[in-house]
Design a protein around this ligand. Structure first.
Ligand code: HEC
Ligand code: HEC
Length: 326
C-alpha cells in the first residue's frame, strides 16, 4: 500500500515537473459571437467582501462552494466515482468556456430535451450527480442541495434572467457534428502523447492513497454513459479549451476531436437510463446518444452492452423520475 502510494506520488511529481518545463502556450479561447450576453461570475473575494450580505447566507454559499470543489467528501453517499463538480466545471464553476454553472440559475425552470420535462435548478444539479458523478443526488430541499443551489444562484448575481443567448456557456463551440475525417487511431496517439502523463496510460487517472490527483477519463471511476461529457462534441470542445492542463490551446481542433472520440469509445459505467440493451437505449435517447458512441460497435463489441454500474450499487437513482402536469 505504502509502496504504491509512493509510486503514484513520484509519477505525479514527474508529471508536474514535465509540465513545468513546457513552454507556455497562450490561452486562445474562442471569441464571443455578436449579440451574445456575457456575464462574469463573481469571485470568492467578492463573496468575502460583500458587506451587505447576511453572514448566514454567506455560510450557506461557502458550504455550497465547498461541496462543488470537493465533492469527494461525499464519496459513497452522493458520488461513486473520482469526480468533483469542478473536475469539468473548471476553476470554481465560474469560468466561461468551461461550462459555467450559473446559467442554470437564470434559465430554469425550463423544458429539457434530455428528460422531456420542465426542470428546476435543483433538478439540473440532480442530473450532474446522476450521470457525471455516477451518483445518488442529495434530496430535493436538503441542506446539501440548498447549499449547492445557493452557490449556483450567487454565481449568477447580476446576470440577466431568462436570457439564453449566453457567450461561453457549456462546452460546444466546435459545433455538434463530428468531422468526416475524425480518426480514432490519431486520437489514441494524441492521448498517449498529450494526456497519459496525467490521466494514466489506461485512462485511470492518478491517485495518492485515497486522494484523486488526476481524474480518470474512462473505467469504473469515471463519468457514466449517460453523462453530457460522453457526447463527442462536448468532450472535444472541453478538451480544446481546457486541456492539456497547463498547455491549454496546444491541441489543434482536429486533435481535440480525435482524442475526444478515442476517450469516449472506452468503457465506463452504465447509463442509468439503460433498458437492458445498449442499442435500444441509444435509440430511445437518440437526441442525446446520436452524439455519443454508446450502443455502437468498436472492435467487435457493442459499447455499453453490460451490467456494470461501476462502484455504485444500483443503476438508477430514485430522484431521476418523469414529471408531467397532465
Ligand atoms: C464529467 C464532467 C462533469 C462533472 C464532473 C459535472 N458536470 Fe455539470 N455539466 C457537464 C456537462 C457536459 C454539462 C452540459 C454542458 C453543455 O451543455 O455543453 C454540464 C452542465 C451543468 C449545469 C448546467 C449549466 C448550464 O449552462 O445550464 C449545471 C448547473 C451543472 N452541470 C452542475 C454540476 C454540479 C453541481 C456538479 C457536481 C455535483 C457537476 N455539474 C459535475 C459535465 C460535468
Ligand atoms: C498536466 C496534467 C494534465 C494533462 C496533461 C491533461 N489533463 Fe485533463 N485534467 C487534469 C486535471 C487536474 C483535471 C481536473 C481539473 C480540476 O479538477 O480542476 C482534468 C480534467 C479533464 C477532464 C474532465 C474530467 C474527467 O476526468 O473526465 C477531461 C475529459 C480531460 N481532463 C481530458 C484530457 C485530455 C483528452 C488530455 C490530453 C489532450 C488531458 N486531459 C491532459 C490534468 C491534465
Amino acid at each position: 500500500m505504502f509502496k504504491s502510494t509512493t509510486a503514484v506520488v513520484t509519477a505525479t511529481l514527474l508529471a508536474s515537473a514535465a509540465y513545468a518545463q513546457q513552454p507556455e502556450v497562450p490561452v486562445n479561447l474562442p471569441a464571443y459571437k455578436e449579440g451574445q450576453y456575457v456575464h462574469q461570475a463573481p469571485t470568492l473575494d467578492d463573496l468575502m467582501n460583500d458587506q451587505k450580505m447576511n453572514p448566514e447566507l454567506r455560510k450557506v454559499i461557502l458550504r455550497g462552494r465547498d461541496i462543488f470543489m470537493n465533492t469527494q467528501q461525499f464519496r459513497g453517499k452522493y458520488v461513486f466515482n473520482d469526480m468533483n463538480c469542478k473536475s469539468c466545471h473548471m476553476g470554481e464553476g465560474r469560468m466561461n468556456w468551461s461550462g459555467p454553472v450559473w446559467p442554470a440559475a437564470t434559465t430554469l425552470p425550463d423544458y429539457r430535451g434530455k428528460n422531456k420535462h420542465v426542470n428546476s435548478l435543483e433538478e439540473r444539479i440532480v442530473g450532474c450527480f446522476s450521470f457525471s458523478m455516477n451518483g445518488k443526488p442529495p434530496e430535493y430541499g436538503s441542506d446539501d442541495m440548498l447549499a449547492l443551489a445557493a452557490y449556483h444562484q450567487w454565481l449568477a448575481k447580476g446576470a440577466k434572467v431568462y436570457e439564453t443567448n449566453i457567450g461561453g456557456r457549456g462546452f460546444g463551440h466546435l459545433g455538434r457534428d463530428m468531422p468526416a475525417d475524425i480518426s480514432y487511431d490519431n486520437g489514441a496517439q494524441v492521448y498517449q502523447q498529450q494526456c497519459a502523463l496525467c490521466h494514466g496510460a489506461d485512462g485511470q487517472g492518478q491517485h495518492a492513497g485515497d486522494k484523486v490527483v488526476f481524474p480518470p477519463l474512462w473505467g469504473d471511476r469515471s463519468y457514466n454513459w449517460g453523462a453530457g461529457m460522453v457526447r463527442v462534441y462536448t468532450a472535444a470542445s472541453f478538451i480544446k479549451n481546457n486541456m492539456p492542463l497547463g498547455k491549454t490551446g496546444a491541441l489543434s481542433e482536429k486533435d481535440a476531436w480525435d482524442v475526444a472520440l478515442f476517450v469516449n469509445s472506452q468503457e465506463r459505467p452504465q447509463d442509468p437510463r439503460y433498458t437492458g440493451d445498449a442499442k435500444e437505449t441509444r435509440e430511445k435517447y437518440l437526441n442525446f446518444h446520436k452524439y455519443s458512441m454508446y450502443g455502437t460497435e468498436r472492435d467487435g463489441k457493442i459499447l455499453g452492452q453490460h451490467d456494470n454500474t461501476g462502484e455504485k450499487p444500483f443503476l438508477k437513482p430514485d430522484l431521476l423520475r418523469p414529471r408531467n402536469f397532465d
